[in-house]
Design a protein around this ligand. Sequence first.
Ligand SMILES: *Cc1c(COP(=O)(O)O)cnc(C)c1O
Length: 380
Amino acid sequence: MSSDPHPARVPFLDLEAGYRELRPELDAAVSRVLGSGRYILGEEVEAFEREWADACGTRFAIGVNSGLDALTLALRALGIGTGDEVLVPGHTFIATWLAVTATGAKPVPAEPDPQTGNLDPVSAAERIGPRTKAIVAVHLYGQAMDVAPLRRFNLPIVEDAAQAHLAKVGDRTAGSLGDIAAFSFYPGKNLGAYGDAGAVTTDDAALADEVRRLRNYGSSEKYRHDEQGVNSRLDPIQAGLLRVKLAHLPEWNRRRHALAVRYWNGLMGIPELQLPRVAPGSEPVWHLFVVRHPRRDELAEHLRSRGIETLIHYPEPPHLSGAYANAGIRTGGDLSVTEAWARECLSLPIGPHMSTEQADQVIAAVKSFGDDAKKLHLVA
Ligand SMILES: *Cc1c(COP(=O)(O)O)cnc(C)c1O
């Protein structure tokens, strides 16, 4: 490779590439919905719900307006509310916590596994208390966690599967591992809409009915309201677009996997750089490729100066955020593993339309950071 002083920019994720690839099909889906005369719920939403339930291996899927709503309504369907506690990971996107507080309950954080970033069942055991009524297991970065070790607490398990579309543990798919699961179809997710969208999956008919009522003003029959629901219905245009993209999701996930393998092989053995670890039996879908480095900010700056865009998921754990500063959070112990993730994690570019050359450019740039460090040591 030449030493081009101005290498091409590597975006974190090229969202428009998906539209360029599937434009005729996506445009046709929009036209179909516009011509149907049905603009709230209806056949298009029901068709997507069936297809998404089939993809996840669950009996039911209920389309809602966002991942946050999916989580909130899943918790409400379980009867979680004021006075309850819900065990959550300390290391997650804040939506996991916001869903708990939206029900009136309090999040109680437990530590992540230092290798995978997913909830550590040992820490969970230490922090579950008499008021704990449910556990939210987040499948972080696209790696589904095995919820079996959480079953001994005899609490309902809610999956936050917002980053784990079609990720597997053994022969089971994310969304079918717990009692009820929440998905986000935010545009940047592995299955992304062209606006906000989300879904709840479950095998439990009563929970499915309850989520269906809650998303539609607490109503199962027009103008009869049995409870205080919300308006969180999946938009049929988004449903039509998601159906088009769902057909391509397995192939796009395979592409992410190939890039992850390339990163792994290219970045192995660099001192101080921790590569993502996969738990035995887990098949991640590589929503993100997150490395750790003790000099994370310098590494990010080094990559930026070479045209490579990175992000941090997430720089501020919810318990240290302004949102929860005065919320009386019971941590039941320190959160040093959580805080170390926030300090050291860095997400490298990855996506179904990223080229092998772009991945190689990232690998070369990360490696040259190591070289700079060696030079510094020589000078010192
Ligand atoms: C994206 C995401 C959410 C929230 O989804 P929205 O559709 O943006 O509301 C929740 N949890 C996790 C882990 C996420 O990554």
